[in-house]
Ligand binder design. Structure first.
Ligand code: IPM
Ligand code: MG
Length: 367
């Protein structure tokens, strides 16, 4: 069955445009191979939007986002702001606002570990092998959106860590439902020994768990979870956690997959889906043709699966990446001591290799 969809591309800042180019190219190639029609539109967000309009997220971009069938996003951020905390208008505000406006309360971050990359991680292969984790990071609450305060003398500041029961309930449902289709285990991560918002979190998750008697629920404190993730990652299946804890824990978990450059994510909730690599704008390597486009390409696969309900197409993308890695090709971030120098590819060459391999595999499959 062929489908017709509008996809909004927000490539953003830093390495965003370089990597999103390949996520989009893979979507185009999939459309071609499977007779789908994907119409693409572009929109600005982040530093590039501030430069053009003074605003990190304009109404124009928001309207385009609301009218699209799915969004592929790159990254936002710029060194200028990182080094000057006093700047009031900041690229990240665009991302936080679009998450809120589109009701993207659940951020799914699969830790997809390709066996070919076992050596790329700083963790021992035998500890890693077989790891398969799906993080559910809450995305529209917590300190990210709680009231911010700075005293007049500028010497005191606070960010309110706040959760409402309904916010915990709705993401907990998503995590339990996903667990039912996986190994029926949810680990909820909080800091309920110290934080009141975590006690609400834990109490609510326990309550929701009663509706999923086939799923086993366990709780870990964030500090312990951060340690366990490195010590024995295989013990985790679905991990459910709050916005800030999830932000930190998934950067850590990316090392299981070999590199930040390998991790895709899907933000979903009230309607439209928003797909992005978990790596940021990485301005230090922007424009150097060394960024890894695979996280963007894997984000495109998630888009096809979650927003468009396709099965064969996202599987083909994953199979393609596996094949490229099996042939020994790597970007610099996932190369290891055994990688031949000539197999270390730039962003563009890796993108081309993926497209070429995807075409080859499609032809093989249909023969
Ligand atoms: C992420 C990023 C963002 C976040 C930043 C850029 C605001 O780190 O998507 O993980 O903290 O959510
Ligand atoms: Mg992050």
């Amino acid at each position: 069955m062929s489908i017709k969809k509008n996809i909004l591309i927000i490539s953003g800042d830093g390495i965003g445009p370089e990597v999103t180019h390949w996520g989009k190219a893979v979507l185009s190639e999939i459309a071609k191979q499977f007779n789908h029609q994907f119409d693409f539109e572009d929109a600005l967000m982040g530093h590039v939007a501030i430069e053009a309009t003074g605003n990190p997220l304009t109404d124009e971009t928001l309207t385009k986002a609301q009218n699209a069938d799915a969004i592929l996003f790159g990254a936002v951020g710029h060194a200028k702001y990182d080094n000057d905390p006093s700047l009031k208008v900041r690229p990240e505000q665009g991302l936080l606002k679009i998450r809120k406006e589109l009701g993207l309360f659940a951020n799914l971050r699969p830790i997809l570990l390709f066996d070919e990359l076992l050596e790329a991680s700083s963790i021992k292969p035998e500890i890693l092998k077989g790891t398969d984790i799906l993080f559910f990071r809450e995305l529209t609450g917590d300190v990210y959106f709680g009231k911010k305060y700075r005293s007049e003398d500028k010497n005191t500041a606070s960010d309110l860590m706040i959760y409402h029961r309904y916010e915990v309930e709705r993401i907990a449902h998503k995590a339990f439902k996903a667990a039912q289709l996986r190994s029926k285990k949810v680990c909820s991560v909080d800091k309920a020994n110290v934080l009141e918002s975590s006690r609400l979190w834990r109490e609510t998750v326990q309550e929701i768990a009663k509706q999923y008697p086939d799923v086993t629920l366990e709780h870990l404190f964030i500090d312990n979870a951060a340690m366990q993730l490195i010590k024995n990652p295989k013990q985790f299946d679905v991990v459910l956690t709050a916005n800030l804890f999830g932000d930190i824990l998934t950067d850590e978990a990316s090392q299981i997959a070999g590199s930040m450059g390998m991790l895709a994510s899907a933000s979903v909730g009230e309607g439209i889906g928003f797909y992005e690599p978990i790596h940021g704008s990485a301005h230090d390597i922007a424009g150097k043709n060394i960024a890894n486009p695979l996280a963007s390409i894997l984000s495109a696969a998630l888009l096809l699966e979650i927003s468009f309900g396709l099965k064969k197409e996202p599987l083909l993308i994953i199979e393609t990446i596996k094949e490229v890695l099996k042939q020994g090709y790597r970007t610099a971030d996932i190369a290891d001591a055994n990688t031949e120098k000539s197999n270390i590819l730039g962003t563009q060459q890796m993108g081309e290799k993926v497209i070429e391999t995807l075409i080859k595999l499609t032809n093989q499959n249909t023969k």
